[in-house]
Write a protein that binds this ligand. Structure first.
Ligand SMILES: [Zn+2]
Length: 423
């Protein structure tokens, strides 16, 4: 960590030393001494200049930029990155207060801080960050697929959201905002929003609460239109049958990203995720579902590219397929993953069906930090079919009949989920 105090300490110390040394030297050494002092003075000027961007206002103003900007809660890290607070739109105002390796510490409100990757920040010294910004009137309405809440704000401010269940709600906190909302107009075109209101939970944290009509969360997107914050909520589809739904399938890895390898066969994960994905596509098409395949060949695609494709396709649900691996060759079994609690039911019904194949239960994992579990826009489920690092699981993964059985079980799990949803 680089702070102002360490900058000053480092640059002042050499001066004190030079005073002691000067007593013991004369003649030609005096020239060397003079040059040392000159360099020290230049050093101080350089350090002060480097610190100036922070010292002037004690923060560095700017905006979010690049692909998939996101905030992290702390400096924790695992192989999939730190725990994420939220994904953000671009062009959102940010107040950088410190710099730590690849991230900036940003101040969201008086008492809230987070960490933003440096690649997602663009400095802009023309921005004068205000102690608070005001919210204005809201408009709440729907079209044939989505409900919208549009909130006028003074500035494009950072936000975070959570899903709640029983009863189902979406809660959005807007940082740096103070209420001047005295007017929430709700039109009868809404289908999913039961109620919406606001609470000023801290002087500069403004909370939007959205009660949903249905128990099942179908997803939502948060973005800005100029200075209007838009919360777009997917309505529950009127007919809950596969033939009315669009299912996106993500075959994990691909191209340069090979994934793991079979313990005895050395087969590549990327090849087999695609074989499972293609079987799943076939079974879904037999059910007359609309299918979107993220990849159909051995293509290299980053997580950001996959998420961008999904944003354009707007599927009703996403199934991502991977094959697991462990350092212990006795570890085996099938597992499903989700990040947001509102999307859990889909991952539970799929796992239940997968277990009918006689695979061991490796569990249903929540708060999972996998990139394709990150979007809030549609229910999503990551399936780790079985372990390529276990001989027994590997034998099954290599069998083409097993690919078909897995596809049938995933589809049966989706159908169970649809059946369980209250209209
Ligand atoms: Zn994988």
């Amino acid at each position: 960590m680089l702070t102002l105090s360490t900058l000053y300490e480092n640059s002042v110390k050499p001066l004190k030393c030079s005073v002691i040394i000067r007593i013991k030297v004369s003649g030609v050494y005096a020239i060397l001494l003079f040059m040392t002092r000159l360099l020290t003075v230049f050093g101080i000027i350089y350090c002060l200049q480097a610190g100036a961007q922070f010292s002037k206002n004690e923060y560095l103003p700017g905006r979010t930029t690049g692909t998939l900007p996101h905030l992290e809660y702390g400096l924790g890290y695992d192989r999939l990155g730190g725990a994420k607070m939220t994904f953000l739109d671009t062009n959102i105002v940010m107040k950088v207060v410190d710099s730590i390796k690849e991230v900036y510490k940003v101040q969201l409100s008086k008492y809230h801080f987070a960490y933003l990757p440096k690649v997602n920040f663009k400095a802009d010294n023309s921005i004068k960050i205000q102690p608070y910004y005001l919210t204005d009137r809201w408009k709440v309405y729907g079209d044939d697929k989505y409900d919208y809440i549009k909130i006028t704000l003074d500035e494009q401010l950072p936000y975070r959201s959570i899903q709640q269940i029983n009863p189902s709600k979406i809660v959005v906190d807007i940082f740096g905002a103070t209420s001047n909302t005295n007017w929430i107009t709700q039109f009868s075109t809404v289908k999913e929003i039961k109620n919406t209101w606001c609470e000023q939970i801290e002087d500069d944290v403004f909370r939007v609460i959205i009660e949903l009509n249905h128990e099942q969360h179908w997803g939502y997107s948060i973005y800005y239109e100029e200075k209007k914050l838009v919360i777009r909520i997917k309505q529950q589809p009127p007919i809950l049958e596969l033939e009315k739904l669009k299912v996106a399938i993500d075959a994990g890895h691909g191209g340069e990203n090979e994934g793991t390898r079979g313990v005895t066969s050395r087969v590549l994960e990327k090849k087999y995720t695609l074989l499972f994905a293609k079987e799943l596509e076939k079974v879904l098409q037999e059910e007359k579902a609309t299918v979107f395949m993220i990849r159909e060949k051995d293509t290299t695609l980053s997580i950001a590219e996959r998420v961008a494709m999904l944003k354009e396709q707007q599927p009703d649900i996403l199934i991502s397929i991977h094959l697991n691996s462990s350092g212990f060759d006795t570890v085996r079994g099938t597992s499903t993953y989700y990040r947001y609690i509102g999307f859990r039911p889909l991952t539970q019904t799929i796992l239940k069906r997968m277990l009918e194949l006689g695979l061991e239960d490796y569990g249903n994992t929540g708060s999972f930090n996998f990139g394709l579990n990150g979007p809030t826009d549609y229910p999503n489920c990551m399936v780790e079919v079985a372990f390529l690092s276990n001989k027994e699981d590997e034998r099954r993964i290599l069998d083409p009949k097993f690919h078909k059985h897995v596809a049938e079980k995933i589809v049966a799990g989706i159908k169970d989920w649809l059946k369980n949803i209250h209209q």
